[in-house]
Design a protein around this ligand. Structure first.
Ligand code: ZN
Ligand code: ZN
Ligand code: ZN
Length: 373
């Protein structure tokens, strides 16, 4: 008997996803979809691909058998995908783009979609060999599929979130005075790894650095009077957690407490606005309305949330102008924040699942204002 890493029940998931992608291709009149190493690829076939200068792509025709064009030396990595697709390997002296064009056949005179994260250089090489094709964005085909999570995906996202919540409880019991942001990052990522998640990021902004939402972590030493914005997460079987909490070192000022309470209320208002059929922008408006009414409208200058799943940022985006209706099975962040340049920042971020009856938080790490020492 052969050993297989992908259980049969999971393998059937990929058969189903490939068929649904083909259904979307029929609806959108696309003849061939080319998917490079990415979360899209992992979503479709359970293999994330090896991203390098050697072209490695899935070719999904509108009807019929998917092919995978792989460097010969990586073909063995696809042993679990043999039942899903036909593997075409290329040797070091061959041109993989020519293999793609040959497999494409008549589709090279039709519409060819490329996945969002396919390297531009691969697209240019295919375009040279398939001059009659019309090129389009593969994201438009895969977005409707990836946005709605199935039960297994929801379970993995919930478990990744739960384990990340545990790291916050553990972190709050530590001391941060005299510690650098970088050391806090190492601490959080170590706690993530200790729980079996693959740490993916930990952005730590203390004091004035917290006023920059994508601050990564510097050698700044944390001291009394600092707020610390921690935004971190990891993956479980490819599925991301993404949580932000803001703690205060020593007693906070009345001004800080007022801003914190406004952000917390905005986070709650966004959650309360979640229901199937609500437009993405309505969730953003709910959070923004609270902060604007509290006088912090200008201090909240980013969207309220982003979808997450196999990517840490994916559709749907909770932003003004996005009228896409929410649907049960969508998972996204709820992360209002306020930022005061040269002073401090505050953000509170949870992952939220849209259910038939409304929003359900996947994160339950305390949102109460916590004072650290
Ligand atoms: Zn972000
Ligand atoms: Zn985050
Ligand atoms: Zn986020």
């Amino acid at each position: 008997m052969t050993q297989t890493v992908v259980p049969a029940a999971v393998a059937s998931v990929y058969v189903d996803r490939l068929q649904r992608a083909q259904g979307e291709m029929a609806r959108q009149n696309v003849d061939l979809l080319v998917v490079g190493a990415s979360a899209d690829l992992f979503y479709l076939i359970g293999y994330a691909g090896h991203l390098s200068e050697r072209m490695s792509v899935l070719l999904l025709p509108r009807e019929g058998t998917p092919h995978y064009v792989v460097p010969g030396l990586e073909a063995a990595l696809l042993s679990d995908q043999r039942d899903l697709l036909e593997i075409v390997s290329w040797e070091e002296t061959e041109d993989p783009a020519a293999k793609v064009a040959a497999i494409a056949g008549a589709a090279s005179e039709g519409t060819v979609a490329v996945s969002d994260e396919l390297w531009t250089v691969f697209t240019i090489r295919m375009q040279r060999l398939m001059p009659g094709a019309r090129w389009s964005e593969g994201g438009q085909l895969l977005r409707p599929l990836r946005m709605i999570k199935d039960d297994r995906e929801i379970a993995l996202l919930a478990e990744a979130s739960r384990l990340t919540d545990e790291t916050w409880e553990e972190f709050l019991a530590t001391s941060v005075i005299g510690v650098t942001e970088r050391q806090v990052r190492e601490r959080l990522m170590g706690m993530i790894a200790a729980r079996g998640l693959t740490p993916t990021f930990a952005n730590v902004g203390s004091g004035p650095n917290g006023a920059s939402p994508h601050q990564s972590a510097s050698d700044r030493v944390i001291g009394p009077g600092d707020a610390i914005v921690c935004d971190w997460g990891g993956t479980l079987a490819g599925y991301h957690s993404d949580v932000t909490r803001t703690a205060h070192v020593g007693d906070p000022s009345a001004e800080f407490v007022a801003a914190y309470e406004a952000v917390l209320a905005a986070n709650q208002a966004a959650l309360d606005a979640v229901r199937p059929g609500a437009a993405c922008q309505d969730i953003d408006r709910a959070a923004r309305g609270v902060l604007t009414a509290a006088g912090f409208g200008e201090a909240f200058f980013h969207r309220t949330g982003h979808g997450l799943g196999l990517s840490v940022h994916e559709e749907p985006y909770l932003v003004e102008g996005n009228t896409l209706p929410l649907a049960a099975g969508m998972v996204f962040s709820d992360e209002p924040g306020v930022y005061f340049p040269d002073r401090f920042g505050i953000r509170i971020e949870d992952t939220v699942l849209c259910t038939e009856t409304g929003g359900r938080r996947l994160n339950e790490a305390t949102r109460a204002l916590t004072v650290m020492s």
